[in-house]
Design a protein around this ligand. Structure first.
Ligand SMILES: Nc1nc2c(c(=O)[nH]1)N=C([C@H](O)[C@H](O)COP(=O)(O)OP(=O)(O)OP(=O)(O)O)CN2
Ligand SMILES: [Zn+2]
Length: 150
């Protein structure tokens, strides 16, 4: 069985080498969709009876470890020195430095890497992170799987 929980957050980014508009500083209302697989819990009296994982628990983990970290931050490539230096000059600015360019693809892989160990074994029903989908815009998204971790 697979379940999916969606969370949303706002963040700024730029793609420094992009040939067009995306090289400019701009932001998105990102959506993060987390897909887990596992067995349905069948145990009368347990709060999670009938569930793979309580959607509330899926949310709590993603919120703490990804959404609250990236929300209203500028997601910057560490090698984008012009932007990194600019942001570091703003006192207390919320900047998240990434080892990769903040494309939807790279953000999906980064979120997968963060979340994977946190969902594994959360209940005793073989829960596994299957996919992290990041919507950069309503029309553009990327899906990360274990095979993308490298
Ligand atoms: N493969 C990727 N291509 C692009 C990415 C990306 O992360 N991965 N990112 C961008 C830009 O950052 C931008 O977010 C996308 O802009 P755009 O293509 O204009 O998308 P829209 O949904 O705004 O386009 P509409 O034409 O309004 O539907 C670019 N490419
Ligand atoms: Zn963008």
């Amino acid at each position: 069985m697979q379940i999916t929980r969606r969370l949303e957050f706002d963040a700024g980014h730029r793609i420094p080498d992009h040939a067009s508009q995306c090289r400019h500083l701009h932001g998105h209302r990102y959506a993060l969709e987390i897909t887990l697989s596992g067995d349905i819990i069948r145990a009368d009296g347990l709060p999670a009876n009938g569930m793979v994982v309580d959607f509330g628990d899926v949310k709590a983990i993603a919120k703490q470890h990804v959404v609250d970290v990236w929300d209203h931050a500028f997601l910057a490539y560490r090698g984008d020195t012009a932007v990194v230096n600019f942001l570091q000059a703003i006192p207390g600015h919320k900047t998240v430095l990434l080892d990769v360019v903040p494309t939807a693809e790279n953000l999906a892989v980064a979120a997968f890497r963060i979340l994977d160990p946190l969902y594994t074994g959360v209940y005793q029903n073989h829960v596994r992170l299957e996919q992290v989908r990041i919507y950069e815009t309503p029309n553009c998204w990327a899906d990360a799987h274990r095979s993308d971790l490298g």
